[in-house]
Design a protein around this ligand. Structure first.
Ligand code: ADP
Ligand code: MG
Length: 263
């Protein structure tokens, strides 16, 4: 076979086999292997290694994209000293992702601005990097989506899609009260996840107030029962980080912080 024809066929085969990195790299790696006097097996090894690495990187990028994190925040930028009530040892242990193997939940409780979403995002990002399927929702978004899907008769399909995730993040429970139908659908998600997936919930509500948001005492009891059966609780009861930063800035500039910074 002529060299030209072989190249055309090889490139076709690599495309059909979906080996884009080998397609891109087979010629330069061949040149390098000639220089190194590497044998055929080493050539193939080098090519397949590159394909594998690229494939892992692409999968990680896809996982991060489908996780839909609102922002990417990591633990590097979290100042534990600014929020001493947070159990740092527990946060670091959770970063290892072991809780996901055990299908345990995480509950982050605290006032507004105390870093709940920051920590939730950092944990979600770590889980993605460890090869887990993650999906981040604000509770309001999620309930809206559930209600819409039910209306369009695609609720089961949506719920089945959720089953595939290792970790569902439900951010900001408690900011908006639910309708009865909304609360029931949220319960459905929590109940399906029970012992099959991990949930990470952030909330500004102490347990006593969950009934006010969920509406029914019976439903709240059942939801809390499932959510807290195997749960790691992180509590932040310090001052809002945003407010503290604003105060610092205010001190420097001599201006008081805007009241909006407290939200
Ligand atoms: P919450 O979700 O509890 O309302 P956020 O996580 O949204 O609070 O935090 C508000 C802002 O302050 C974010 O930009 C976050 O990154 C930052 N922040 C909060 N706590 C800390 C902290 N301890 N160290 C560094 N940044 C923090
Ligand atoms: Mg938040």
């Amino acid at each position: 076979m002529s060299g030209g024809k072989a190249t055309v066929l090889l490139e076709h085969h690599l495309k059909v086999l979906r080996l884009p990195t080998m397609l891109r790299e087979y010629a330069p790696v061949a040149a390098a292997c000639t220089t190194d006097k590497a044998d055929y097996a080493t050539y193939l090894l080098r090519l397949t290694e590159r394909e594998l690495l690229d494939r892992e990187r692409r999968a990680a990028e896809r996982r991060l994209k489908t996780a839909k994190l609102p922002v990417v925040k990591t633990l590097d930028t979290f100042e534990f000293a600014a929020q001493p009530s947070i159990n740092e040892a527990l946060v670091r242990e959770l970063m290892s992702g072991e809780y996901l193997n055990r299908k345990e939940n995480v509950l982050i409780m605290g006032n507004s601005g105390t870093g709940k979403t920051h920590l939730a995002t950092a944990l979600a990002f770590a889980a993605c990097a460890q090869g887990r399927k993650v999906r981040f929702w604000t509770v309001t978004q999620l309930v809206r989506q559930l209600l819409e899907s039910r209306e369009e008769r695609s609720l089961q399909r949506l719920l089945t899609r959720f089953d595939r995730h290792h970790l569902l993040v439900l951010d900001e429970l408690g900011y908006v009260p639910f309708t009865r139908a909304g609360a029931e659908l949220l319960f459905e998600v929590v109940s399906r996840a029970y012992e099959r997936q991990s949930l990470l919930v952030t909330t500004n509500l102490p347990f006593e107030q969950w009934t006010e948001v969920l509406g029914s005492e019976r439903l709240t009891g059942a939801l809390l029962d499932r959510l807290t059966h195997r749960v790691h609780i992180l509590e932040a009861n310090g001052e809002s980080y945003r407010l503290k930063e604003a105060k610092k800035r205010g001190k420097r500039s001599g201006k008081p912080p805007k009241s909006g910074d407290q939200a």
